[in-house]
Design a protein. Structure first.
Length: 234
């Protein structure tokens, strides 16, 4: 579904990604893990067309998207829930969700998608008229994921969905991520909670200082002593 092939990315004259490659298959959950500043969010932004690679290729659903505008990438079925629960603070919960359904293909199913989002995040249904800026951190994260789901994505990218959230909220969100995957949505997740990410993902890539340094089945990485010491705290 998604192939990232040997991309390099710079911020101005500062290189931040070198020769990064990864793949996400149909209905797969893939994790991209690594320390702060390693290039995880930059990778997601580049896939979404918010940054442009200086080399390499990005292919989504068989089509190269290196130079494709972000709005067209969304129309193709790629969604992103940004870190820190990025929402439109001055708009209501319902208005945020409705904005997520702007792709032409998603508009006819807007009501059905809205009901689905409310089904997996019931708290949002009770907060429909509330301004997004007044929500708790966990509720904003749910809203960001829900808004991304409104675009009817074939592949959903999640950037640090558990960041700053209470353990019970984190458990709830990860259960929802598994549920989303069961509804034929592939997922690429960037996550600070390495243990939880490896438990739900089939495959994982480790990125350090802008380079992919390891790729393996998640079950194998969970047993890897270096991964345990560096990222799981064991």
């Amino acid at each position: 579904m998604l192939q990232v092939k040997n991309i390099a990315v710079s911020y101005g004259d500062l290189p931040v990604l070198w020769d990064v490659s990864l793949e996400v298959g149909q209905q797969a959950i893939v994790a991209l893990l690594g320390p702060n500043g390693a290039g995880k969010s930059t990778t997601l932004k580049t896939i979404m067309g918010l940054l442009r690679p200086s080399q390499g290729e990005i292919i989504f659903m068989g089509q190269p998207i290196n130079r494709t505008p972000t709005q067209q990438i969304v129309n193709m079925g790629l969604g992103l829930a940004p870190e820190w629960g990025g929402v439109f603070a001055s708009l209501t919960v319902l208005e945020n969700l409705e904005l997520g359904a702007f792709p032409r293909a998603a508009r006819p199913q807007k009501k059905e998608r809205l009901n689905w989002v409310y089904d997996i995040f019931p708290i949002l249904a009770s907060r429909q008229t509330q301004k997004a800026g007044t929500l708790s951190g966990g509720e904003r994260q749910m809203l960001a994921i829900g808004r991304a789901l409104m675009s009817q994505p074939k592949l959903l990218m999640l950037d640090e969905p558990s960041l700053g959230l209470a353990p019970l909220i984190v458990e709830n969100i990860f259960e929802v991520i598994k549920r989303i995957s069961e509804n034929e949505v592939s997922i690429l997740i960037v996550e600070q909670n390495v243990h939880l990410a490896l438990e739900i993902a089939e495959q994982a890539y480790i990125i350090e200082t802008g380079r992919i340094v390891q790729h393996d089945a998640s079950a194998k990485l969970l047993r890897d002593q270096r991964i345990k010491e560096a990222y799981v705290g064991i």
